[in-house]
Ligand binder design. Sequence first.
Ligand SMILES: O=C(O)CCC(=O)C(=O)O
Ligand SMILES: [Fe+2]
Length: 301
Amino acid sequence: MAVISTDLRVRKVTGRIGAEVAGLDLRIDLDGETVAAVRKALLEHKALFFRGQELDDEGQQRFAARFGELTRAHPTVPSLEGSPNVLRVDSTEGRANNWHTDVTFVVSPPSASTLRSITVPPFGGDTLIANTATAYRDLPDPLRDLADGLWAEHTNDYDYAIPPAQTAQTKAFREVFVSRKYRTAHPVVRVHPETGERALFIGGFAQRIVGLSNTESRDLLRLLQTYVTRPENTVRWTWAPGDLAFFDNRITQHYAVDDYGDLPRLLHRVTVAGGVPTGLDGRNSYAIEGDDAAHYTPIAA
Ligand SMILES: O=C(O)CCC(=O)C(=O)O
Ligand SMILES: [Fe+2]
């Protein structure tokens, strides 16, 4: 039975992105009014942080499922044993120290991601999250006009997953990550389906601008990306065990800071399924290679 959760308090963490939500115990089944308030806060602040929740995998999935159908853990990476919707984010397998939006190499990337901290290092290992709508608004007019007409190809098969010092474990992880290749074209400027806000939709999986050479693509993506990563457009979350971060994957990018050496760090990720992105001209994203992995149907073992 839904329990009325009163006393929800939302406190901005920075001027442009992120808010801490207090006064909620996410272990209980939230009532509809509270879910609506959290959704509203998510649309406004784009990233929400809930301290000291001590959720388990069931609780994390129950929370995420209040915002839509869950995706499977990942299109290529196996889920946590026995939990098809839960992805282990384990520092011994790979580190997401690369700005990205989750799973944009498929046609329908998740609408939102939750990350729950289980083991965190005593220092470092923060997660940065960027507001890609304010990044878009920061563009000077000529650059914004240029971005408005561009499409980018996103793929899971590129060199980001190759860490400088490869171990057998990270090598094996990368092989699984690219075991099936996806290529998808998305508009560089995406219209948010709920708020109508315009935002840059690029990030690490965007490897090429449609119609440009590799070199031209790299230069242009790098230039646009500098607006996403400028400090004013980011929030930095320092994890304590039991935190839950919840961010709108349609209008943010994130980056896991790799500054904790060999100390253990483990998070669990659960993502909410999303729709097909739409550009300014009303056209939708489309698959170039691989299927659209709709909600990541399991691949044959
Ligand atoms: O480790 C983190 O803080 C973020 C992980 C991440 O980006 C991911 O699993 O997609
Ligand atoms: Fe991510």
